[in-house]
Design a protein around this ligand. Structure first.
Ligand code: BDP
Length: 689
């Protein structure tokens, strides 16, 4: 990685002399345990990082040095007596896997730092935490940090389309994985593992959830190229072993997306019926084969019965039958099935589907099945209400699926920061266990966790847009600790990425903070409408341009009003929430304005709390969204000369495109509103006024 493209792992020379002094004293000499692959990764990272931060290479010792003023010791208490003597074993004994402790200690009169953990993976996270402190100029002379992850599973779903070097919904160039050349490894794989581990991600699903060509016809070449099912072939599995051992060094377990019909596609059975004994046997043998090659394999991710992918419905079975048949094969090896709740069905209102399918199955899934649920009931829209399934399946392990990549939020062009959205989701009170059961309090079991659909590709800057790096960073940090404030996570990212200049930190933090709300305004009008993006044949333009006329069912606009009736007398979606949430959303008076038209179909002249009509608020929000993007662009312009030219230009050019695109949305949405309602913007701003 070069100095612009190493994201938040830049390790620039420490600016303050005072800090440099203390960092050098405690970190220039290092005594790191040797035994495991993870310890090798720790040493490599220290070598890279400390030479950058301190301006000199660290000196590694084979024993605790006695002739220096201070040193850094990294290992488990079993690895080294010095650590066992300086940190009482009880202090770390009950830390969760991945947890660690960083402490400033005096040992033999030397000023030391200890990074210790019960597991080697914890040492990797502890090291990255320490390097984050050095990278953000924090004091380290009096450290007593004790950290553990909130969720056991923090997974990245890489929607890589094997053998085609493409990434579904990837806006950062080709895929970084070159499957044809495996087992050859590229240095970029290791850098990717470093980026993921540095924010606490502990598992990666290496390929796209779409593993075969959809059964429905598609004129779109990109959709015809799904061959991910082949990764279960023996020769492909053998090729994987090098790649996964590289991720192993960073504590990251590998997973594969598999096709439900694999026994037919990869094997030679003539059915994939989950209750067929040959099918179950096929999965068992396949699992045995995988675990022989990859003992720490995490398991399978399955997309079944949606968008043309095979599933249990093909055999008149349900999702419990489907998931459990595969899970029984992984169970003896400690592997897990992540079974997606993204399922199609017969409902006219898609929002109703997931709950309707899965809630009745609660308690029937095998112990090693996790039901992976998208944050909202539709599909990664700029803003959705939280899925009704959260908190509704207490007897089932659940995973929360978030989208890091910006499929519906401006793709590789717009600066749209997803952390404020994720915070809203985490904080949402499901009332599952009475008041005070926020989404973030769920997923705490060993088989549960948080999953992000990735945004990394072959582009030199990894994420297509420099500011989109923040989404990857924030995903990992929030999945580690959903209680940490958005402000703190964001400022940390900006400091590590753009340096210590406080004006830059304040400005970029403000841009990121306000970017999501702007996107909601110009892409939806801010009252809960969604899914109005073009869905054409040009793959990359898919879900980018405005096209409300393609989606009458989602905006529900007619002469008499706008919005979709999801109340009890409408599609009934709202009744899937618990009270008082169902009551709050179900009544026009109490439904929050930002979701009003998601739940209700209202007359154009319906008055909102402040007396403004629905139609006028839509106009106002669409225009406000554009103004806001212009303000954010100006903020970025104020950084000219303070951010290096390369990154400054890149972001400035994208902002120009974003403003143009926001205007386009504003034009299309306001003229749609105007056409249906016949009511002009009372401030006379619409294009054809
Ligand atoms: C939709 C995407 C599509 C994915 C699908 C999924 O447009 O590319 O395959 O979700 O999550 O958002 O399976």
């Amino acid at each position: 990685m070069n100095q612009y493209d190493d994201c938040w792992l830049r390790y620039e020379r420490v600016g303050s002399d005072k800090r440099l002094d203390s960092y050098q004293r405690r970190c220039r000499h290092a005594y790191v345990a040797e035994k495991s692959p993870e310890c090798g990764a720790v040493r490599d990272e220290l070598r890279r990082a400390l030479s950058g931060l301190l301006g000199e290479d660290p000196h590694f010792w084979q024993h605790p040095p006695t002739t220096v003023d201070g040193f850094l010791a990294i290992g488990t208490p079993d690895d080294m007596a010095m650590i066992a003597e300086s940190v009482p074993g009880d202090d770390i004994a009950d830390l969760e896997d991945g947890g660690y402790l960083i402490r400033s200690v005096t040992w033999n009169d030397a000023d030391c730092l200890v990074v210790t953990a019960p597991t080697d993976r914890g040492l990797v996270y502890g090291t990255f935490h320490l390097l984050r402190l050095l990278g953000t100029g924090e004091p380290i002379d009096d450290l007593d940090v004790r950290e553990e992850p909130a969720y056991a599973n923090r997974l990245l779903n890489q929607w890589d389309t094997p053998f085609h070097r493409s990434v579904e919904r990837g806006y950062a160039g080709e895929s970084i994985f070159d499957w044809e050349r495996l087992p050859d490894l590229r240095s970029r794989y290791e850098d990717y593992a470093r980026l993921l581990a540095s924010v606490g991600i502990n598992g990666i699903v290496l390929n796209n959830v779409n593993t075969t060509k959809p059964q429905r016809a598609s004129a779109n070449a990109a959709f015809d190229a799904f061959e991910g099912w082949q990764l279960l072939e023996s020769r492909r599995l053998e090729d994987l072993t090098g790649l996964v051992s590289l991720f192993r060094r960073y504590g990251i377990r590998p997973y594969l997306s598999v096709n439900f019909a694999a026994p037919m596609l990869v094997g030679d059975l003539d059915t994939a019926d989950p209750l067929d004994e040959d099918v179950r046997e096929w999965w068992r043998k396949k699992a045995d084969e995988i675990y022989d090659l990859v003992p720490d394999f995490g398991g399978f991710l399955v997309k079944a019965d949606s968008e043309g992918q095979a599933g249990p419905y093909d055999y008149d079975r349900d999702h419990v039958d489907g998931a459990n048949a595969i899970a029984q094969a992984l169970e003896p090896h400690g592997g897990r099935v992540w079974w997606r709740a993204f399922v199609y069905g017969s409902h006219e209102d898609r929002a109703v589907q997931a709950y309707d399918t899965f809630e009745p199955l609660d308690g029937e899934f095998a112990e090693n099945v996790t039901v992976q649920i998208k944050n909202g009931p539709i599909d990664f829209q700029p803003r959705e209400p939280v899925s009704t399934l959260f908190g509704a399946m207490p007897e089932t392990d659940l995973g929360l699926e978030l989208q890091i990549t910006q499929e519906y939020t401006g793709q590789g062009v717009h600066a749209t920061y997803h952390l404020p959205m994720w915070k809203e989701i985490f904080e949402f009170d499901t009332h599952a266990d009475g008041e005070g059961t926020p989404v973030r309090s769920l997923f705490r079991g060993d088989g549960e966790g948080v999953v992000g659909v990735g945004n990394v590709g072959e582009d030199y800057n990894w994420t297509g847009h420099y500011l989109a790096q923040a989404n990857l960073y924030a995903f990992g940090r929030a999945a580690w600790d959903p209680d940490r404030s958005a402000e703190a996570i964001t400022r940390e990212w900006v400091r590590l990425t753009f340096g210590a200049d406080e004006d830059v930190v304040d400005t970029v933090t403000e841009i990121l903070r306000d970017s999501w709300a702007a996107c909601i305004d110009y892409e939806t009008g801010g009252l809960g409408l969604m899914h109005m993006m073009h869905n054409g044949e040009e793959y990359l333009e898919n879900h980018y341009y405005p096209s409300p006329e393609e989606w009458p069912g989602y905006h529900g606009a007619s002469e008499d009003g706008i919005g979709v009736d999801r109340t009890e007398s409408g599609s009934g979606y709202v009744t899937q929430y618990r009270d008082p949430v169902a009551e709050r959303y179900g009544s026009v008076e109490t439904c929050p304005e930002e979701l009003l038209l998601f739940f209700h179909h209202l007359p154009w002249d319906h008055e909102l709390a402040d007396g403004t009509t629905v139609v006028q608020r839509l106009y106002d929000n669409c225009f406000a969204g554009v103004e806001e993007v212009e303000r954010l662009r100006n903020l970025w312009h104020s950084l000219e000369g303070r951010v290096d030219e390369r990154r400054y230009r890149h972001v400035a050019e994208r902002f120009d495109e974003q403003v143009a695109q926001a205007e386009r949305w504003q034009d299309v949405l306001t003229s749609t509103v105007r056409e249906y309602s016949g009511m002009p913007d009372e401030r006379g701003r619409a294009r054809d006024e």
